[in-house]
Design a protein around this ligand. Sequence first.
Ligand code: HEM
Length: 392
Amino acid sequence: TRRQFLLGGAVAGVGAAAAVGGDAALRAVAAEPAPAPPHGEGTVPFFGPHQAGIATDAQAHGLFVALDLLDGTDRPALTRMMRILTDDAARLTQGEPALADSEPELAAAPAHLTVTFGVGPRFVDRARGRAPDWLGPLPAFGVDRLRPELSDGDLLLQIAADDPLTVAHAARMLLKDTRSFATVRWSQQGFRRAHGTVRPGTTMRNLFGQVDGTVNPVPGTPDFDEVVWSTRDWLAGGTSVVVRRIGMDLDRWDRLDRSGREQSVGRYLSNGAPLTGTREHDEPDFAATTEIGFPVIPEFSHVRRARSEDPAERIFRRSYNYDDRPVGDGISLSGLIFVSYQADVDRQFVPIQRRLDRLDLLNEWTVPVGSAVFAVPPGCAEGGFVGETLLA
Ligand code: HEM
């Protein structure tokens, strides 16, 4: 490995220094600072009141896998499955192999791995009797062209890390352990910039080139806690997640000039500033008009339509880009795995999506093809398991 290589080099250097320069040279070499540990050794705590992978800084790679429960997976089986999956996730996220790990070496670089579990309506039905009404398909929207094989599901695994090999290994270990309880319904792979490509804290860009994620509650603030964490019943300390696969037609977007692109969102492409400002986090001025009286941020723009006057109608977005290989004469099959966390889907997410469905210029170039809603149970303490508030 690179570390061994560096270490070998340093030891060889010490030997050579001792041979030629005596004590002074030896001290100079010994004083060299040790190389920083590789980023891949970084871990995110697994246990805690909330599941990791939500307030966690979004890692570079995200894999979303939805499973369908087998008919025989009853309440005791759900408990067994969640105990095993919790144990796998607790180990893998800390850089330890899962029990009976077939490739234990691959566990050694967790690279900020998080595994976040969500449960669908059938899971809750079998665990508890009756799933709440909000847990299930969203209302139908006019823009939707949903494909069943990319929608819904009984159990969600959100597996994210700064290294794709780590994600692949974690997914394989988890899926091996779900085999006797469930089958894979869909899986979607997404990415952001590779770790280290941009400064920490830089808002991500999507494949339209837009700065995407500017107006978002900030993890660690009371505002974030209010938007994201539920206080209700078995979901207290948990949240809900909406995962929507939204195709983005890059070929048609190409035909739009820069000003048209900026008008469709209401922000500049260069740095994401609102069309009424100069810096990314400037507050948009929706009342500002041009010399001839038109709003500077158009009525049909995405940010104007997504913003609500009601402070309760807010969500936390943690999306990933996807870029499938095109076939035939296409040159891109790209889009956004749109991921939204909120305490209450009906109260927070649905009104925003309804407004965007009625009017949003961005709809010209985007089309939702997959959609799923999951309840995300709270985290657990060591010895406990995710889902225990439903099952224990
Ligand atoms: C803001 C892109 C879908 C909700 C934005 C911004 C961009 C963007 C560039 C401005 C910067 C920012 O604050 O992040 C997209 C693209 C989409 C998409 C390309 C589809 C492919 C959605 C959906 C929803 C949504 C489905 C919710 C139903 C929001 C919200 C904001 C926003 C709430 C912040 C608005 C504000 O300023 O208050 N989006 N978006 N977006 N988007 Fe989207």
